[in-house]
Design a protein around this ligand. Structure first.
Ligand SMILES: Cc1cc2nc3c(=O)[nH]c(=O)nc-3n(C[C@H](O)[C@H](O)[C@H](O)COP(=O)(O)O)c2cc1C
Length: 189
């Protein structure tokens, strides 16, 4: 498979990047292609809420063409699995990543067609989250929006890896690396 991973942290060498690196290494060891999108390297505007995309059947069709989102969709759409790797920021996604995820709205066409059409139908999508705090009542809050988005896309939840109580990348233990590698195999299983 050819995976695309999305690093949503503004820190390119932080906790999320360290765990993601283990996942990517395991995917490559398993013979899979991996391309990483680092959100911090791209300019992504917010969704305008104009619904222009809803009139375009076989393409994202977003009216915002003056940023990198269209180019990133060209990488995402032929790829599988897609892994969203993110730190927890104020019980949600970092703003930079959220802007991009809002734009995925254009991948589902639910206006004017007899049945909704999804350009991501059946695609495996996974989530990796790191956080400083606990899982319960903290990271858990990010999981329902992720799952709803996967449902909305008519995609498939390929797995969720939650790494709570993070401090520094170097303090992430061997057990986290082992879990990251197991998770990589789950993503393509
Ligand atoms: C702006 C900001 C908001 C944060 N909000 C939370 C939070 O709500 N819950 C939590 O447990 N950790 C929170 N954290 C801590 C990060 O999620 C944690 O340190 C994470 O592992 C950082 O990943 P990174 O090094 O890849 O950026 C926050 C950190 C920042 C900078």
């Amino acid at each position: 498979m050819n995976a695309v991973t999305i690093l949503g942290s503004p820190r390119k060498d932080g906790n999320t990047a360290r765990v993601l690196g283990w996942v990517e290494d395991e995917l490559r060891t398993g013979g899979h292609g991996v391309e990483r999108i680092t959100i911090a390297d791209h300019r992504i505007e917010g969704c305008r809420g104009c619904y222009t995309c809803q009139g375009v059947e076989d393409d994202p069709g977003c009216a915002e063409t003056d940023d990198d989102a269209g180019m990133l969709f060209k990488k995402l759409l032929p790829s599988e699995p897609i892994l969203i790797a993110t730190p927890l920021f104020v019980w949600g996604y970092p703003g930079q990543l959220k802007l991009f995820l809002d734009r995925w709205f254009c991948l589902v066409k639910f206006h004017g067609f007899s049945e909704p059409i999804s350009l991501a139908r059946g695609k495996r999508i996974g989530l990796l989250v790191t956080a400083a705090g606990e899982r319960r009542g903290n990271v858990d809050l990010l999981l329902p929006p992720f799952r709803e988005m996967v449902n909305f896309l008519m995609a498939r939840n390929a797995g969720e890896l939650v790494i709570p109580r993070c401090t520094t990348p170097d303090a992430l233990g061997k057990d986290v690396e082992t879990r990251a590698r197991e998770f990589a195999r789950e993503l393509v299983g």
